[in-house]
Ligand binder design. Structure first.
Ligand SMILES: [Ca+2]
Ligand SMILES: [Ca+2]
Ligand SMILES: [Ca+2]
Ligand SMILES: [Ca+2]
Length: 498
């Protein structure tokens, strides 16, 4: 469907081909090489920065294509920040296991089994990178420990077999980081598969490991917790934040299930569970948020996703929901894209200032909300994606923050049609799947920079485009380009640079 729309648009635009018309491109500069600056520990380390040098560092799972097109090789790549920008020529790489990717004859799948988490697990004042990898179901939880000269080599943690770190936070507020596994009755919750029989029974329901973690990577204590809603479903992901400013991390757990046609489904299922961090209990359900959190942020079509961030800059985390919308109406109508911000407050989530809603005509508006101060005026800005604007296959908008909230009318948009973006071919493709990946201040100037992942930037191959934040917004004139191949030749497995 994407391809068809792309071609139609190109014809309407009156161009000869879908790929050779468009905006001016700049040349790709060579990868930036160098070692990260030597940093220092901090009492409250910035989660963006692994070596404490004041420059945020980027971590991403990258599919390094092998010489054989059928083989892919997924690795976790870390690209350090510097005053000059991301050190794309000197990445650190972590493989996902020992063998080839893909499903083998024995049905084993090798890969990463959780999104990489950033937290100071060992409490030494440097942010660590935590993940899980291996051959399912024999996955191992590992950490790369931050340090003044960069991340350590990956080290397996001494945690229960099959533990999958879905979230990190200080749930009991004792000052040490805790890890949470939401349970995994299914590999793919969307498919509604049965509990995976290969998993030990105790892994089905969820577990919280409380810090401090010792040098062997073992938690101080663990606690089994049932997030499975009567064994019916397990959380797809987890979003942590402190929504009531009590110093204990709270958590939102979205679930994916289709219970409408299922008579056996429990009648009290929720699609978005809220657990409050508690100094005595660790994590406790609720309290109820009125109106219901899911209902407050979803459209009739549902909810695309949630993001946690301090959207109004009062120091208390807020929840941003992106409402699902559809363009598949009879007669060609489309729902507006919708964003809802529910504010945290000392008296609880949703109990402070009233929720803010924003709508835009296109159903595709409002994807992947992200919050950060891009312009450096100390007011948080909002970054939103639109994955289907007419004619360019993805764009990203920066809504500058004001005392009234994000300014929709003052939005700046960058897209594949923006002049000056770097290209190795000089020939932009239109359907690039251009979307925001992460906000980080990788050049340490106090303004958040935006890393865009364009899955099909050139020759249908992915590229990262790192936009710098400036007082005027995102600067398309000095964008750093890097592609998986740029990260490939010089890197080895992770070691602390010496
Ligand atoms: Ca850094
Ligand atoms: Ca650490
Ligand atoms: Ca703790
Ligand atoms: Ca910056």
């Amino acid at each position: 469907m994407g391809l068809a729309l792309c071609c139609t648009t190109a014809l309407l635009a009156g161009c000869g081909g879908a790929t050779d018309e468009g905006s001016a491109r700049s040349e790709v500069r060579p990868p930036l090489k160098g070692s990260p600056a030597v940093g220092k520990a901090s009492k409250d380390p910035d989660t963006g920065d692994f070596n404490g040098d004041g420059f945020d560092d980027y971590a991403v799972e990258v599919d390094f294509e092998g010489p054989d097109a059928d083989r892919s090789d997924i690795e976790l790549a870390v690209v350090y920040g510097s005053a000059k920008g991301l050190l794309t020529g000197s990445p650190v790489r972590v493989p996902d296991g020992d063998g080839e990717d893909g499903e083998g004859d024995d049905g084993e799948v090798e890969g990463f089994f959780s999104e990489p988490l950033r937290a100071d697990l060992d409490g030494d004042g440097f942010t660590d990178l935590i993940g899980s990898r291996g051959k399912y179901p024999d996955t191992r939880t590992f950490a790369l420990f931050g340090g003044a000269r960069g991340l350590s080599a990956p080290k397996d943690l001494d945690v229960p077999d099959g533990f999958r770190p879905l979230a990190a936070g200080d749930f009991d507020g004792d000052g040490s980081v805790d890890l949470l596994d939401g349970g995994k009755g299914t590999i793919d919750d969307e498919s509604g598969e049965e509990w995976d029989p290969r998993l030990p029974a105790e892994r089905e329901r969820g577990e919280v490991l409380f810090g401090p973690f010792n040098r062997a990577g073992a938690p101080a204590r663990s606690w089994a917790m049932d997030f499975s809603q009567h064994g019916y479903t397990t959380p797809l992901e987890a979003h942590t934040g402190d929504f009531d400013a009590d110093g204990c991390t709270d958590i939102l757990l979205p679930y994916g299930f289709d219970a409408e046609q299922d008579d056996s489904a429990p009648d009290d299922l929720t699609r978005l569970a809220y657990y409050r961090g508690d100094a005595k209990g660790g994590l406790v359900p609720g309290p109820d948020v009125k109106p219901d959190l899911y209902d407050a942020m979803s459209t009739v079509e549902g909810l695309r996703g949630v993001t946690v961030a301090d959207a109004d800059g009062d120091g208390i985390d807020d929840v941003i929901g992106s409402g699902e919308a559809s363009d598949n109406h009879a007669g060609g109508g489309s729902d507006p894209g919708e964003i809802t911000i529910i504010y945290g407050s000392k008296s609880g989530l949703g109990k402070g200032r009233s929720a803010k809603k924003m709508k835009q005509k296109a159903w595709s508006w409002g994807f992947d909300p992200k919050v950060g101060d891009v312009t450096g005026d100390k007011v948080p800005d909002l970054v939103l994606g639109d994955n289907d604007p007419k004619g360019n296959g993805g764009e990203v908008s920066l809504l500058p923050g004001t005392s009234e909230g994000p300014d929709l009318d003052g939005a700046q948009t960058v897209s594949p049609l923006t002049d000056g973006l770097p290209s190795t071919t000089g020939k932009p493709y239109r359907w690039t799947e251009f979307g925001s990946d992460e906000l980080l201040d990788f050049n340490g100037d106090g303004r958040q920079d935006l890393i865009v992942l364009a899955e099909k930037w050139e020759r249908k191959k992915p590229a990262f485009l790192a936009f710098r934040g400036t007082a005027e917004g995102l600067d398309p004139g000095q964008v750093q380009y890097f592609a998986p191949n740029y990260l490939k030749p010089t890197g080895t497995t992770a070691t602390r640079p010496s």
